[in-house]
Write a protein that binds this ligand. Sequence first.
Ligand code: DON
Length: 328
Amino acid sequence: MSEPGITPSFQRTLHGDASRQQDTPSLTTLVSDLVAEARALPVSGKVANYIPALAEVDPNRVALAMATIDGQVVGAGEADHRFSIQSLSKIFGLTMAMNRVGDSLWKRVNMEPSGQSFNSIVQLEWEHGIPRNPFINAGAILVADVLNSHYSSSKQALLRFVRQLALCESIYADDKVYRSEKQTGNRNAALAYLMKSFGNIESDVTAALDHYFYQCALALSCKEMAKALSFLANRGVHPFSGQQVCSRRDAHRINAILSTSGMYNQSGEFAFTVGLPAKSGVGGGIVAIVPGYGVIAAYSPRLNDFGNSVQAMHMITRMAEELGLSVF
Ligand code: DON
């Protein structure tokens, strides 16, 4: 396979900068350089410790990968190391629920930014148990409830779906992380019971939470994450398998909600500085979708005050700058 090209095709046509291509390094070099740059940053941020198993990860890991819709996968640093994807998994759950129940989903969850922390309770009370969006914890628990009531074994269905998207049968949910969160997830339980009190959770609360905790405990590498989400950069069609994962309309809609809500209450700043639909997880991963080009996945466990990885944000910001990737 040839060395991955670097200038996104939409950039060449939209901005007419084909001449840059000769002067820029290859994508492989850029990805390696950005990992080196992230490793050299002054240490800042803290590893999530409110889920005890997450506090045990090596804080110094750094990884970056990109999967392009023409079938290239490039990685650097620990791009094959599997990490706890946490909230990145909310994209998988949402895609499955949209496929399964269609537009009726949007009667039970909104698509507005929350402006609150990802596990805030107060807004859910004011808004009668309807979560602001599917990427805050309440919204993802609601989605977990939908999956739980529409599949005989929603955890197995989810695992099958993610394995298929990542093209890898060995993907698993980390049992230690799953149990750890199950034992300590009292705030998530509070969100779920509050929604149940408003009649917005159909199944047994513990079953919905069980799916949610399992989903958050999935472990994937940056290369696997980038491949698994590549359908969102390609109008719903998985570029590696040719599978129509979701409709073109739903791929656009998922990207839209990622743009406004995927980075929690740093979403505005991320849109302003990076300009890509993206999602973070407290395990330290961030994925960013570049429509028409590919998916960037970055990982490093130290988080800023919003719960977003400091070094992963840095690498994605720099890559978007270098390649002029903003969708705005
Ligand atoms: O429910 C939780 O709090 C975690 N399992 C997931 C939160 C998360 O990743 C938020 N992301 N920034």
